[in-house]
Design a protein. Structure first.
Length: 123
């Protein structure tokens, strides 16, 4: 009988300890969960540019699916490429500068009145 009572007390203490850890003060496990949740909610929606040789890859998560303008200009301000995309959740573009003239090109992405740019130098 004593061993049953002792085991029941041990199980109760273990349960109380786990419950206290899960709902504990801010310095414990409970705070870390809320930090992770906060980081998941605030997602950066900036375009991602990746350079591989003479190619530039652009990816943009467009959650609101509003108008996004992609433009490439050279160092003298001449527009080499322009495209407007609307209604797409994910915008993926690949630009090949392999046969481009020597120059410095700026890729501009305009999304929700924010402008992002990436510079590509062709030598």
């Amino acid at each position: 009988m004593k061993s049953i009572v002792r085991n029941a007390v041990v199980v109760a203490l273990m349960f109380a300890g786990v419950a206290g850890l899960a709902n504990g003060p801010k310095g414990t496990f409970g705070k870390k969960v809320s930090e992770v949740e906060r980081n998941l909610i605030t997602v950066e929606l900036d375009p991602v540019f990746t350079k591989k040789g003479d190619k530039l890859f652009m990816n943009l998560l467009n959650l609101d699916q509003e108008k996004v303008t992609i433009k490439i200009v050279d160092s003298e301000g001449r527009v080499v490429y322009i495209e407007t995309v609307k209604g797409e959740l994910v915008i993926e573009k690949a630009f090949n500068f392999e046969n481009a003239f020597e120059n410095e090109y700026t890729v501009l992405v305009v999304d929700n009145n924010e402008t992002f740019k990436e510079v590509v130098e062709v030598k």
